[in-house]
Ligand binder design. Sequence first.
Ligand code: COA
Ligand code: AMP
Length: 635
Amino acid sequence: MASRYREVYENWQRDPEGFWGSAGEDIDWVKPADKVFDPEAGVYGRWFAGAICNTCYNCVDRHVERGRADQAALIYDSPITGSQKTYSYSELLDEVQTLGAVMQAHGVEKGDRVIIYMPAIPQAAIAMLACARIGAIHSVVFGGFAAAELATRIDGCKAKLVLTASCGIEPGRIVEYKPLLDEAIELSKFKPEGVLLYQREQARASMIEGRDHDWDAEMARARGEGRKAPCVDVAATDPLYILYTSGTTGEPKGVVRDNGGHMVALYWSMKNIYGVDPGEVYWAASDVGWVVGHSYIVYAPLLHGNTSILFEGKPIGTPDAGVFWRVIWEHKVAAMFTAPTAFRAIKKEDPEGKFIRDYDLSNFRTLFLAGERADPDTIQWAEKHLEVPVYDHWWQTETGWAIAGNPVGLGALPVKYGSPTVPMPGYDIKILDDQCNEMATGETGAISVKLPLPPSCLPTLWNNDVRFKESYLNDYPGYYMTSDAGFVDEDGYVYVMARTDDIINVAGHRLSTGGMEEVIATHPDVAECAVIGMADQLKGQVPAGFIVLNSGVERAEGDIEGEVVKLVREKIGPVAAFKLAMTVPRLPKTRSGKILRGTMRKIADGEDYKMPATIDDPVILDEITAVLKGRGYPG
Ligand code: COA
Ligand code: AMP
């Protein structure tokens, strides 16, 4: 089929408000918008200003009312615990109504913040929807973060209530959440009023009298008393959630998502980008702690009346590299979305794709990859073995949906390996130079989006318009700076090549090297340090730390390096995947004292590099090279 992409994109260009206004007709509003876009409101304008709505109603209630009551809404498939559970739309409604009532009984009101610190279990999705139902603003914290990171987020949003589970399960170990949460509440300046805890049988948590409440007991009591929370009216421009993401420092950014624009963009994406119809099974193999989990495990599939899979497992080892194909086959998945790193892990374990042949994947139509650049090898391997189209698409926590992608529902465009294809409607992408001038086709520069951003994108950072402007808007007036560098080719295909800041991407997880440096600098024997993202075949990048010890330190370097690795795991969490600290005599710097991290990265990856003209002492680069070679890296 010939793609309608260009026609649709031009329709949006001609009349953005008409475009999003008509997309908004797929959403049930309590009161429609006064203005589809109000340029005077907010930092750069607001979508669906004046509208009243409820996201949970659109995700759950309306499907129950209109014939999907018995359709599976959520299938929890947990190979790591060997269990499965399916929730129909009506069962999901019962859960969210009840949990909403439980939270209300604990004093949670519209606009209050609720932290959700949970593994990939149905209760996490139910918690998100229940917050949406009662107008509370959730902030989900990924289970791989340590207590200090959780404390920062509790303080950042001043959470009234924390919803948690007793544990998460990683291959070979149980991650007990409760001690981490207790420590986080100890560390935080702001103290939540209560904790609602879901006990899992793999590790039961001890409770603090008066503060902690048992999930099952509270749900049973609410059910016994017939308490159910109705949907609370919220403004389309009210926050639905805050999701903290890595910034350039250790202080994470609280990305705000609104209700109205988010629903409209996500609903639009399901058919037009992912090509699925209501009723079909959609699977995003991610975690609810990441934006992909928010948008494509929970909100978008449910808004659209799909069946969504919540997977608690890994692409390999739970039990083997065939688990993705087993899930696709067993639940008749039509479209899947995951990170390229998951496929690299499978490819390494099963290069011939032998496990694939054990399953009938005839219902499976399309694989989508995002979270990091999809390398051509991985795409081609998946295409060859799965015999379905494989599409890379590019997005950020800040946008909540694809900036560039291949719109399957509009008719897919030819794939160009290495490109996530073309800008989605709503995104006017420009490549800019340092002076904010548009660059020529094919030239690499800062990928920017002309304001206003489309629906679903962040209207601001939580309680911090100033940081929002400083981080994204001030450098290129009139544009949103993505902090990704790349180019657009003669066919309008976007190429996303690298971050322009010190964010790195480890196994599809976004991490701040600046944040790691802040932690390492607290070690008493460390004088200074630099963390870079080094190329890694499996995870895309892994962090590598270079440390300079205080003069006079006589302890063994290996001991200190081990302590530094432990410190990052304790303070940031295992997800940082920080396993390599190397002592070096000095760090390479410019004459003005700026550490030459870019050059260090090139040396570590064995790439050619030009001697920076401003380098203070070129010999230091030889010292770095020698240390890396000593550890077996290209150097
Ligand atoms: N809770 C606690 N710890 C967690 C965790 C969680 N939810 N998630 C990961 N971790 C831990 C891991 O156990 C690991 O610990 P270890 O150092 O003791 O081994 C550490 O954090 C690093 O995790 P990760 O970088 O994910 O490495 P891994 O070896 O466990 O798994 C992959 C590698 C590629 C299999 C895995 O990252 C993956 O499936 N990724 C693709 C899907 C995805 O998550 N995408 C993200 C957004 S789309
Ligand atoms: P996150 O906010 O965690 O989704 O991370 C967003 C960042 O991941 C982007 O700014 C990119 O640097 C990178 N990224 C995500 N998807 C892609 C992709 N398809 N191609 C290239 N980079 C990507």
